[in-house]
Design a protein around this ligand. Structure first.
Ligand SMILES: [Zn+2]
Ligand SMILES: [Zn+2]
Length: 113
Protein backbone atom coordinates (compact mmCIF):
# COMPACT_ATOMS: atom_id res chain seq x y z
CA UNK A 1 0.00 0.00 0.00
CA UNK A 2 1.45 3.35 -1.04
CA UNK A 3 1.16 6.54 0.98
CA UNK A 4 -1.44 7.81 -1.50
CA UNK A 5 -3.50 4.63 -1.08
CA UNK A 6 -3.33 4.98 2.70
CA UNK A 7 -4.40 8.62 2.49
CA UNK A 8 -7.25 7.75 0.15
CA UNK A 9 -8.40 4.94 2.48
CA UNK A 10 -8.33 7.30 5.48
CA UNK A 11 -10.32 9.99 3.66
CA UNK A 12 -12.81 7.38 2.45
CA UNK A 13 -13.27 6.03 5.98
CA UNK A 14 -13.75 9.54 7.40
CA UNK A 15 -16.23 10.37 4.65
CA UNK A 16 -18.22 7.19 5.25
CA UNK A 17 -18.26 7.74 9.02
CA UNK A 18 -19.45 11.35 8.56
CA UNK A 19 -22.16 10.28 6.12
CA UNK A 20 -23.38 7.63 8.55
CA UNK A 21 -23.54 10.11 11.43
CA UNK A 22 -25.32 12.76 9.35
CA UNK A 23 -27.86 10.19 8.15
CA UNK A 24 -28.44 9.07 11.74
CA UNK A 25 -28.87 12.67 12.83
CA UNK A 26 -31.49 13.36 10.15
CA UNK A 27 -33.27 10.10 10.98
CA UNK A 28 -33.39 11.14 14.65
CA UNK A 29 -34.75 14.60 13.75
CA UNK A 30 -37.41 13.34 11.34
CA UNK A 31 -40.11 12.58 13.97
CA UNK A 32 -39.71 16.06 15.47
CA UNK A 33 -39.82 17.75 12.06
CA UNK A 34 -42.89 15.71 11.12
CA UNK A 35 -44.62 16.62 14.40
CA UNK A 36 -43.90 20.34 13.90
CA UNK A 37 -45.21 20.13 10.34
CA UNK A 38 -48.42 18.45 11.54
CA UNK A 39 -48.85 20.98 14.36
CA UNK A 40 -48.38 23.84 11.86
CA UNK A 41 -51.43 22.55 9.93
CA UNK A 42 -53.73 22.70 12.96
CA UNK A 43 -55.79 25.84 13.77
CA UNK A 44 -53.66 26.30 16.92
CA UNK A 45 -50.46 26.07 14.88
CA UNK A 46 -51.79 28.45 12.22
CA UNK A 47 -52.75 30.99 14.92
CA UNK A 48 -49.34 30.71 16.58
CA UNK A 49 -47.53 31.18 13.27
CA UNK A 50 -49.69 34.21 12.40
CA UNK A 51 -48.91 35.70 15.83
CA UNK A 52 -45.17 35.10 15.33
CA UNK A 53 -45.35 36.88 11.96
CA UNK A 54 -47.20 39.85 13.52
CA UNK A 55 -44.63 40.05 16.32
CA UNK A 56 -41.79 39.90 13.80
CA UNK A 57 -43.28 42.69 11.66
CA UNK A 58 -43.91 45.05 14.57
CA UNK A 59 -41.70 48.06 14.70
CA UNK A 60 -39.89 48.51 18.04
CA UNK A 61 -40.10 51.74 20.02
CA UNK A 62 -37.24 54.02 18.97
CA UNK A 63 -37.70 56.56 21.74
CA UNK A 64 -34.61 57.61 23.64
CA UNK A 65 -36.45 58.06 26.94
CA UNK A 66 -33.67 59.95 28.75
CA UNK A 67 -33.79 62.65 26.06
CA UNK A 68 -37.43 62.64 24.96
CA UNK A 69 -39.10 62.50 28.37
CA UNK A 70 -36.33 62.68 31.00
CA UNK A 71 -38.56 63.45 33.97
CA UNK A 72 -40.90 60.49 33.42
CA UNK A 73 -39.57 57.08 32.57
CA UNK A 74 -42.54 54.73 32.41
CA UNK A 75 -40.57 52.19 30.40
CA UNK A 76 -41.55 50.82 27.04
CA UNK A 77 -44.87 48.98 26.95
CA UNK A 78 -44.59 47.24 23.60
CA UNK A 79 -43.96 47.87 19.92
CA UNK A 80 -44.35 51.29 18.31
CA UNK A 81 -47.99 52.26 17.83
CA UNK A 82 -47.48 55.82 16.61
CA UNK A 83 -44.86 58.15 15.24
CA UNK A 84 -43.98 61.49 16.81
CA UNK A 85 -41.84 64.08 15.09
CA UNK A 86 -38.78 65.29 16.88
CA UNK A 87 -36.80 68.29 15.73
CA UNK A 88 -33.07 68.25 16.19
CA UNK A 89 -30.49 70.84 15.19
CA UNK A 90 -28.47 68.49 13.06
CA UNK A 91 -31.19 66.34 11.47
CA UNK A 92 -34.21 68.63 11.39
CA UNK A 93 -37.60 66.93 11.82
CA UNK A 94 -37.22 63.23 12.45
CA UNK A 95 -40.21 60.87 12.74
CA UNK A 96 -39.68 58.55 15.70
CA UNK A 97 -41.76 55.38 16.12
CA UNK A 98 -42.89 55.15 19.75
CA UNK A 99 -44.71 52.78 22.02
CA UNK A 100 -47.88 53.94 23.79
CA UNK A 101 -46.15 54.78 27.09
CA UNK A 102 -43.35 56.78 25.49
CA UNK A 103 -45.71 58.69 23.17
CA UNK A 104 -47.80 59.68 26.22
CA UNK A 105 -44.75 60.76 28.22
CA UNK A 106 -43.19 62.59 25.25
CA UNK A 107 -46.38 64.56 24.54
CA UNK A 108 -46.69 65.48 28.23
CA UNK A 109 -43.05 66.61 28.27
CA UNK A 110 -43.65 68.73 25.14
CA UNK A 111 -46.69 70.39 26.69
CA UNK A 112 -44.78 71.10 29.89
CA UNK A 113 -42.12 73.05 27.97
ZN1 LIG B 1 -39.41 56.61 25.91
ZN1 LIG C 1 -41.07 53.20 24.31
Amino acid sequence: MTTDDALRATIHAAHTATKTRVNALFAALRPAVTAIGQWAQTPEGQAAIAQMRRDRDREPCACICSITHPSTTPGHDGPATRTLNRTTETLGRVPIPMCQACAHAALAAQEAQ
